[in-house]
Write a protein that binds this ligand. Structure first.
Ligand SMILES: Cc1ncc(COP(=O)(O)O)c(C=O)c1O
Length: 425
């Protein structure tokens, strides 16, 4: 399959031909917790890893496997794991790499939920985050002998800043550290391909553009298969299990995926349901078409919003005014993402805009086929201190806008009427 282009892979990867047992063309929803074994020897072989087979639904399900394989193909990885949410993917990656005393050098603009995992789980357990400006120099300066990962997002929320993934990967590798990219805003690999730029581990909240219709919660971890796991920094990868095997033995070309499977599915049980995986597969089939449309509309809307008198500032990496514009041009493809942030006059005008939009939905999600808006200051980022919110690029007057698939003219009309109800200072 790997010779096919993205548009073909999003339809066919993970399912060759039709379903082998029923000839169903769509991937069926295998709604079962368990699978029978042909005989006792086969059962023993499946459990020991000698033969491929479905052991138990917490770890194995053919619908989930097809979804996982399709995403791995789209991101150019060698293996992966689908999980019950983006948060589950984050938790799995962090605990797959961390050991007490270790640290992660992370972008200070990471999604708040990622910092929550660090604060509530990782730190009490003895590992920590070192948050820096996501520039290659700032990241490299903080890596030390206990660093077990560098973590950035392909496009940050809500500042829309784009890190130089290729340069950061090079500097992290020079110090023996893997680069993890949360590629949620990179839209399933269509807008950003972190592995091609040098990243070692990619994660997604599949809840967003991958599903694309706001119908389920899901996540994924993808292994580039290229990182060399040194024994000093990553002892867990070299430790033999009771059968005498390490993750390097078990994972083959995807050792990180083997560890993520063991921790995220087998141990923590953060399993994606086959029903959700089916919705994910449906979403992936039209991924490039949907995302292209949203990104084209986003660029048009960003340019239009810049001209509106009530709008103080538009934040979108597709605009030459954005500090990341040049980096974004070489790091992203097909467009600059589907989310725009913009500042109105103050918090009251931001609230008035939200109360007056009719077509756009006011809710806490992104990546839906329908356009959505929110004020991060009072909602998604409200649990952070004022200082932390400002450091993440969140001001009281900010609106985050995830552009959907509606007619861009209708969206402009909706925003124009909502903005005219806002008093100009
Ligand atoms: C960039 C990013 N990463 C991770 C997550 C967590 O994903 P989920 O909500 O699917 O758990 C989100 C959710 O908003 C996100 O925006």
């Amino acid at each position: 399959m790997s010779d096919y282009e993205f548009d073909t892979l999003q339809l066919h990867a993970g399912q060759e031909g039709s379903d082998p047992s029923t000839r169903a063309r769509a991937v069926p929803i295998y709604a079962t917790s368990s699978f029978t074994f042909d005989d006792a020897d086969f059962a023993a072989d499946v459990f020991s890893g000698k033969q491929q087979g479905n052991q138990y639904g917490r770890m194995h399900n053919p619908t989930v496997q097809a979804f996982t394989d399709r995403l791995v193909a789209l991101e150019g990885g060698t293996g992966g794991v689908a999980l019950s949410s983006g948060q589950a993917a984050t938790t799995t990656i962090l605990f797959s790499l961390a050991r007490p005393g270790s640290n992660f050098v992370v972008s200070k603009e990471l999604f708040g939920g990622t910092f929550a995992v660090a604060r509530k789980l990782l730190e009490p357990w003895g590992s920590s985050f070192i948050a820096v400006e996501p520039s290659p120099e700032a990241v490299a300066a903080k890596i030390d002998e206990n660093t077990v990962g560098v973590w950035v997002e392909s496009i940050a929320n809500p500042s829309c800043s784009v890190p130089d993934i290729a340069a950061i990967a090079k500097l992290a590798h020079a110090q023996g550290v893997p680069l993890i990219v949360d590629n949620t805003w990179g839209c399933g690999g269509y807008i950003c391909q972190p592995i091609a730029l040098g990243a070692d581990i990619v994660m997604h909240s599949a809840t967003k553009w991958i599903g694309g219709h706001g119908t389920f919660i899901g996540g994924a971890v993808i292994d580039a298969g290229s990182f060399v796991w040194s024994e000093e920094r990553f002892p867990a990868f070299h430790k033999k299990d009771p059968r005498g095997k390490t993750y390097l033995d078990k994972g083959g070309v995807a050792p990180f995926a083997a560890r993520a499977y063991d921790l995220g599915l087998f141990t923590m049980g953060m399993t994606l349901s086959p029903h959700s995986a089916f919705l994910g597969l449906q979403g992936l089939e039209t991924l490039s078409l949907r995302v292209q449309r949203s990104c084209d509309s986003a660029l048009e809307l960003a340019t239009w919003l810049e001209k509106q008198p009530v709008v103080k500032r538009v934040i979108y990496a597709g605009l030459p005014s954005h500090p990341s514009h040049e980096v974004a041009k070489r790091t992203l493809q097909h467009g600059f993402g589907a989310v725009i942030s913009f500042e109105t006059q103050d918090l009251e005008t931001a609230k008035s805009f939200l109360d007056n939009v009719k077509l756009a939905s006011h809710l806490a999600n992104i990546g839906d086929a329908k356009t959505v808006v929110i004020n991060p200051w009072t909602t998604t980022h409200a649990s952070l201190s004022e200082e932390a919110r400002r450091a993440a690029g969140v001001s009281p007057e900010l609106i985050r806008l995830s552009v959907g698939l509606e007619s861009v003219n209708d969206l402009k009309q909706d925003f124009a009427q909502a903005l005219t109800r806002v008093k100009v200072a």
